[in-house]
Design a protein around this ligand. Sequence first.
Ligand SMILES: [Zn+2]
Ligand SMILES: [Zn+2]
Length: 377
Amino acid sequence: MLINADFHIHSPFSGGTASRIDLKKIAMAAKKKGLHVVGSGDCLHPVWQNELKKYLVGDKIVVDGVHFILSCEVEDKNRVHHLLLFPDFYSANAFKEGIKKYSPDIEDEGRPKVMLEGGEILDVAKEVNALIGAAHAFTPWTSLYAYFDSLLEYYGGRPHFIELGLSADSDYADRIKELQDIPFLSNSDAHSYSPHRLGREFNRLEVNEISWDEIRKAILNGGIKANVGFPPEKGKYNRTACSWCHRQYEKDEAAKIGWRCFCGGVIKKGVRDRINELASYEKPIHPPFRPPYIHLIPLAEIIAESLGKDTRNGIVAKRWRELMKLGSEIEVLLDIDMEKIKKVTPLAIAEAIEAFRRGRIKIIPGGGGKYGEIVIT
Ligand SMILES: [Zn+2]
Ligand SMILES: [Zn+2]
């Protein structure tokens, strides 16, 4: 069977997270989105861990039909972020024991700081049978390639995957030779369960059943059948741009003025430019096991754009809920008959969905922390 899984989200115990977030709400939002599996996020945090344990059914965590896989993100001593997936609480807690004395905030912070090298964290992860990889691997801060030129050298070994992040896709990452046999994950890194955050990126996996063993096998042995997510230009670090005023720069131009914007802000190197620096190939070379990358835009954004409103506007939520009566968001975006869609939503929205399906949505690239914007043509 094919399942949709978003492995990287955060609990209320990570900085910058909506405090009302809870497992029931995440499960409800996941179902509407069409996700079968969600990473728990922050699974080393004692309070969040207790929340998760309430939903243990045998060795699985299931909330209203949605499966949760134990996951967390940690920041190492070089400020590089790592994503981890665990088979069970035993493994997660063994990992926690292994890193605890190097962490100043592991009992309080959903995404703890760990004063170890990436390779040392990789070793502990492998000892407890967790899967580990570089989180949002190319973003201009708190990512591996932001500060280092080689993933394999940095880890001193092979991680199980990398996470592409919102500003990159497989065409970007497969220009880098050392990534040729590394699986790619595409996850939302959502800090809220709203429909334009949760599941904005996910992975489609082929499994026999929803279990840790099957998911692990799928990730490691070519069972990822699609990566689904933003067109890279939609990501907020795609282009080189000022982190205050978001003015975009050519890389050389930014270097010439010492990476300081005219407004005084720091200019952040965009993922597109960073990939060009790292690339071994002019054009992407996809290994045979690499699945297609399907570009998706959150339905709430398509609705908002077609109505000329902000995604947080009440009417956008109302129109989104009306469409959800037809099926999950993924089905509405990709599969459901246009005639049915036209019956439940204003024509402007139906036309925007049709435009999306025909690839007639243009993106004004994001950068410096500002998301790319969509334009329906
Ligand atoms: Zn992160
Ligand atoms: Zn600026």
